[in-house]
Each structure stands twice: as structure tokens, then as C-alpha cells.
Design a protein around this ligand. Structure first.
Ligand SMILES: Cc1cc2nc3c(=O)[nH]c(=O)nc-3n(C[C@H](O)[C@H](O)[C@H](O)COP(=O)(O)OP(=O)(O)OC[C@H]3O[C@@H](n4cnc5c(N)ncnc54)[C@H](O)[C@@H]3O)c2cc1C
Length: 602
């Protein structure tokens, strides 16, 4: 079967037609990134992903990683793929060249991630932690920490981890108990047990840089008493060479539903009393540092989910074009047809297409805001871009991963019984994508973040900024006769969303706070639907413009497909969204009122 990850035409459309990325090259910071260079970088990512990395994906799934005596062994093919990533400088492409990055725009980074994550999510999620750990050290680390760790992380010579979760401290990191005791030389001795640590041990790099959350002795209880430390697997000498092994060891790996090529490790810190760590940033500021890095990490998880969805869609499309089964409805017994001809399959395929495309636009939009924020000197613009990023991140993580899971599930359905077998890649995609709704803050936590922290923040400033952005697309679409009706429908949905917000607002302030949170996930879902409709309508306005200029057949097909995606979402999904909004407004209290014992089961 062909190896499929992402639709290049669609990536080009988003980069060049929706976000006009080469315009960034007018600014000195991105002056190298004209259209030719952008296309070249996407080509490189695509070639590397398809030729070198994708063949390792099912090997990782079937062989997995193995654990013995504190050591994790990866499939040998992964080491070769890691080396290719290192050679191509793919570990931190958007970071500063002085520290080993390539300085590419975030928008382009997200677009290339679609290929790389899609080629082997297990491997690339471990590799993605290099960037996350490096970014924390770059932003908050001391000169010494930067000197020893940063280039090694951004280059992929060493790897990075996030060591946060404990058995009794998952969503609520404020409960963690791993302790840190200060030594005379200013370092700390760490002691505790962590679970679920991605890449906690492996044999792809000579050292692993662990970023550990722990509580310094005497620190306040709860989230205000947590500090962040760097504790490498091998300690580092003053000249940068490796010293003895640190007392942080892997005690086992999880057997998981998916992501078999990614070692999810239990870690023991300080079982010999010698786990040495150095503080990053200030004492007791560990969680604030993590919060500051959260947007990027959550956007990355959205990107992982998109990669699975986009791959699942292309595999399902290819299969539907080739699988012959049944005949045209009403013509039973006549010529058998490809299943893509069946109305039900077409409906599923269009649903998959529209989510995949809408999600791709949304993630690139958020990345583009990061780029624009970096370039502008105007403080008000910087604040507005940050507001938009902040309110959209729960959507980019929570809504996006839920929809990506739906898309992968639909792919299995299109393959019929074969979709349930290991013969085709869609069952692995469905298993792999499942974790994206859980880690980096479960989707329930994302929903609470949107409702509790973002929606009513600064008198709804973030929300108003979002509505203003949607209005720009609405006004453009209303001025385009072919799209006017769709624009009006979305406008009506926005009015309804406002009613929902007005219902939740007073409820959150008084005794209905529990009830409000019972509707946090439905609220995230309707907000996500509105954002999807906006992205798809935005795409349609561009496509309609191009159609009016009579493009060639292949281009016309692509642009006509954009109009159909928007038409389908706004015509068939938004009415359901309106129903969901009506259900939120009823504020039915059953979920809160039901007693624990009335749930039954005993
Ligand atoms: C494959 C994998 C890789 C991982 N990688 C890492 C890693 O590299 N580093 C790391 O530190 N951790 C990692 N994790 C851990 C992951 O981040 C946690 O599993 C996740 O944060 C959820 O914590 P938990 O499993 O303890 O679930 P819990 O916190 O027990 O949550 C259980 C359920 O209760 C809900 N819930 C919990 N609290 C609330 C609340 N206040 N309000 C409403 N609902 C709530 C949750 O949404 C969830 O549905 C990984 C996990 C897996 C499975």
C-alpha cells in the first residue's frame, strides 16, 4: 500500500494562500524564508518522513521497546531514524541558530511537523521533548545550564524528558511529593518516584537530560511549593564531557494501547541517595515555568493528533477509491462499484477531509500568531496576538485531539473488517492517536482551562479578540455572493454562542459553579465547532476568489473541494452545534444532582 501522511497541495494552500507565509521574509528576522526556501524545507521534511522514518513506524508498533535491568532498548531502526533527524537538524528547527536551531518561522515548523509526526509518532514524540526541554533551559536556565545542555538538546545529540507525573499526582501536580534537599555546593539531592515518563530511558543518545519537578524541603504545600530541576542521566564535567551515571533510573516500562515505540517509564530518583539536580529558575517557581511553556507543548500535541488524522484520511480515501463492493443504491445486482461511490462513505470521507483541513489551518493560524507576535514592536498587537493564542490553545489541544480521534475511528470504519486488522495502518493510527486526548493536560482539564481561566479573563478581552477575528472572515464571506448564506449561518451561530457565554458568566460567579463546570467540555466542543466553521469559511473565501479566475482543472478541483468542506460543515455540523448550545443553555443539573450511590454498580 502507498505510504501516505499529508496532502502536499493542502499544506501549500495553507502556507502560501491562507497565511501568505513568504510575506514574513520582508522582515529581517525571516529574510531568508522566501517561497522557494519555504517549499524546499517542506520538501525536505516530506522526503525524510516518507523515505527514512515512515518505514520504522510499524516496526516500532510491532517490536516496541524492551526493558531489562534499568535499561530500555529501542528498535535498531529507530536509532538510524534519530540519526537522520539529527543530520537534518529537525530537533528544534524554529529555535535560534546560535543554540543549534534553524530559526524557521513557527508556521512552517507546524506544517513540517505534519509530515514528521505522521511518519512515526512514537519516535517523534520522544524527539519533540528535546525541543520542549531545551526551550525551558533557553528561557529560564543559568548560563552554565545553557552551555552544557542547550546545543546538545537542540541538535539531538542528547535527548530530553519532562519528569512531572507521580502515581498520586497526575492532573493535579500540586500534590507531588518528590523532594529536593540542598547540598553545600548549591546542587540538590532529589528523591522520589515518577511514572509515565516518555523517553525516561533509551539507547538512542549518549545522555538524557531530565527536567524534574520536585518540592524543596520546607517549601509551601501545593502548587506554590514546586521547583524545577535538571538532572541528567550522566553527570557532566566542567569541560562538557560525561561523568558518572546519576542516580535516576528507569524501573520499568508500561504496556500500552498504542505508541509502542515510545518508552513510557517509571523512574526512581535517589534510591542510592545520589540523584544530583540543579535548580532551573527560582525556588518554588517550577509550575509557573511549566505553565509558561504549556502553550507550545499543547500546540505540539494538537500537531501530533493532526498528523494521525491526516494520515488516516489519506489511507481511507485511497482505500475507498480502490475497494469494489456493492452497487449504486437502487441498482442492486448491477455493476459493482468502488465504495467511494456510496453516499454513506462519501459523507464519512467529507467529514474526515473537513476536520483534517480545518485543524491544519487552525494549528498554522496559532503558529502564525506566534510569528507575528515575534515580529511586531507594537505592544497592543503583541497583547492581542497572545490573547488569541491563549484562548485558542484549549481548542487546539482539546477539541483538535477529540476530532482527530474521531477521524481515525472513521478511517477504520471505511476499511471495514480490514480496518480492524494489523494488515492496514489505520488500526495503529487509532491506537496511537488515543493518547493525545490524555497527556499534556487531559481534555477535561483543557475544557476547564477555557471556561475557568480564559473565557472571562480581563472582562472577556480574549473572547472578544477572537470574535473580532472571526468577523473579518465573516465580512469577507458576506461580500462574496456564493458564500453569503454560509456566512449568515455562522453569524447566527456566533449570536447563539454569545447567549451561552452570557448564561455561564453569572453562573460561574455564584453557587452554580459546579454546574458550570459540568458544561465545560460541551462548551469547549461548541467553541471548537465555531472555530472550525471559521477556518473552513476562511479557506472557502480564498478558494472562491481563485475559482472566479478560472483556474486549471486540477486547481479547480482543489478549490471546489474547499467550498464543499465549508458547505458541509456549516450546513450539516453547525445545526448540531446549535442544538448543543441549546442544551448548555438549559443548564440541566442531573450530572451534579445525582448522588454517588445512584450511579449504581454496587
Ligand atoms: C503514554 C503516556 C505518556 C506520558 N508522558 C508523560 C511525560 O513524558 N511526563 C509526565 O510527567 N507525564 C507523562 N504522562 C502522564 C500524563 O500527563 C498523565 O497521565 C495525565 O496528566 C493525567 O494524569 P493521570 O493519569 O494521573 O489521570 P488523573 O489525573 O487521575 O485523571 C483521571 C480522570 O479524571 C479527570 N480529572 C482529574 N482531575 C480533574 C479535575 N480537577 N477536574 C475535572 N476532571 C479531572 C481527568 O480529566 C481524567 O479524565 C504520560 C502518560 C501517558 C499515558
Amino acid at each position: 500500500m502507498m505510504q501516505l501522511i499529508a496532502d502536499r497541495k493542502d499544506i501549500d494552500f495553507v502556507l502560501h494562500e491562507q497565511f501568505e507565509l513568504s510575506q514574513l521574509s520582508r522582515h529581517e528576522k525571516f529574510s531568508d524564508f522566501n517561497k522557494t526556501v519555504i517549499d524546499m524545507i517542506v520538501n525536505e521534511a516530506r522526503n525524510l518522513a516518507i523515505k527514512e522514518i515512515l518505514p520504522t513506524n510499524s516496526i516500532g508498533d510491532k517490536t516496541g521497546c524492551s526493558y531489562e535491568n534499568g535499561r530500555v532498548t529501542m528498535p535498531s531502526e529507530f536509532k538510524a531514524a534519530w540519526y537522520q533527524l539529527e543530520k537534518g537538524e529537525w530537533f528544534a528547527p524554529a529555535q535560534a541558530p546560535e543554540w543549534g536551531g534553524q530559526g524557521i518561522p513557527e508556521t512552517l515548523n507546524v506544517a513540517t511537523q505534519n509530515y514528521l509526526f505522521g511518519a512515526n509518532l512514537s519516535l517523534l514524540m520522544v524527539a519533540g521533548l528535546n525541543h520542549a526541554a531545551g526551550k525551558i533551559i533557553e528561557t529560564f536556565g543559568s548560563d552554565r545550564q545553557k552551555k552544557y545542555y542547550l546545543k546538545n538538546l537542540y541538535s539531538g545529540k542528547w535527548s530530553g524528558t519532562m519528569v512531572l507525573t507521580e502515581a498520586e499526582s497526575g492532573s493535579n501536580l500540586g500534590d507531588l511529593t518528590t523532594s529536593a534537599t540542598k547540598n553545600e555546593d548549591g546542587t540538590y539531592c532529589l528523591s522520589g518516584n515518577k511514572i509515565f515518563i516518555s523517553g525516561g530511558d533509551h539507547d538512542m543518545t549518549e545522555n538524557i537530560v531530565h527536567l524534574v519537578l520536585a518540592r524543596i524541603e520546607g517549601a509551601p504545600k501545593g502548587s506554590r511549593g514546586i521547583s524545577l530541576f535538571v538532572a541528567p542521566k550522566f553527570l557532566v564535567n566542567d569541560d562538557g564531557s560525561l561523568s558518572e551515571q546519576n542516580d535516576i533510573v528507569c524501573t520499568g516500562i508500561e504496556e500500552k494501547m498504542g505508541l509502542h515505540g515510545s518508552p513510557t517509564c517509571s523512574m526512581a530518583l535517589g534510591s542510592r541517595g545520589k540523584c544530583i539536580g540543579t535548580l532551573i529558575g527560582k525556588e518554588n517557581k517550577g509550575l509557573s515555568i511549566m505553565f509558561l511553556m504549556m502553550n507550545k507543548a499543547r500546540l505540539m500535541v494538537g500537531s501530533q493528533a493532526l498528523s494521525c488524522a491526516s494520515s488516516a484520511y489519506l489511507y481511507a480515501l485511497d482505500y475507498a477509491r480502490n475497494r469494489i463492493q456493492g452497487s449504486v443504491p437502487g441498482e442492486s445486482g448491477k455493476k459493482s462499484i468502488a465504495i467511494i461511490q456510496h453516499p454513506d462513505i462519501r459523507r464519512i470521507l467529507l467529514t474526515m477531509k473537513m476536520y483534517t483541513e480545518g485543524i491544519r489551518s487552525l494549528l498554522c493560524y496559532i503558529a502564525n500568531l506566534e510569528d507575528k507576535k515575534k515580529l511586531t514592536e507594537n505592544v497592543a498587537d503583541k497583547v492581542r496576538y497572545q490573547n488569541l493564542i491563549d484562548i485558542l490553545i484549549p481548542v487546539a489541544k482539546g477539541y483538535v485531539t477529540d476530532r482527530a480521534l474521531d477521524v481515525c475511528n472513521m478511517a477504520v470504519q471505511i476499511f471495514g473488517g480490514y480496518g480492524y486488522t494489523t494488515e492496514f495502518p489505520v488500526e495503529q493510527l487509532l491506537r496511537d492517536v488515543r493518547i493525545t486526548t490524555i497527556y499534556e493536560g487531559t481534555n477535561g482539564i483543557q475544557a476547564m482551562d477555557l471556561l475557568g481561566r480564559k473565557l472571562f479573563h480581563r472582562k472577556k478581552e480574549l473572547y472578544k479578540n477572537l470574535i473580532d477575528e472571526i468577523d473579518i472572515t465573516l465580512n469577507r464571506a458576506k461580500a462574496t455572493p456564493a458564500l453569503e448564506q454560509m456566512a449568515q449561518t455562522l453569524d447566527n451561530a456566533l449570536t447563539k454562542l454569545e447567549q451561552v457565554v452570557n448564561k455561564i458568566d453569572p453562573a460561574l460567579q455564584d453557587q452554580d459553579v459546579l454546574l458550570s463546570y459540568a458544561f465545560a467540555s460541551p462548551f469547549l466542543e461548541v467553541t471548537g465547532d465555531i472555530v472550525m466553521a471559521w477556518m473552513l469559511l476562511w479557506r472557502a473565501t480564498i478558494a472562491q476568489d481563485r475559482i472566479e479566475n478560472k483556474p486549471r482543472k486540477k486547481e479547480l478541483d482543489f478549490y471546489a473541494g474547499q467550498i464543499k468542506s465549508a458547505q458541509f460543515f456549516i450546513g450539516s455540523i453547525l445545526p448540531v452545534t446549535l442544538g448543543k448550545m441549546a442544551s448548555i443553555i438549559t443548564f440541566d443539573g442531573a450530572a451534579i444532582e445525582i448522588s454517588d450511590t445512584s450511579f449504581g454498580g454496587k
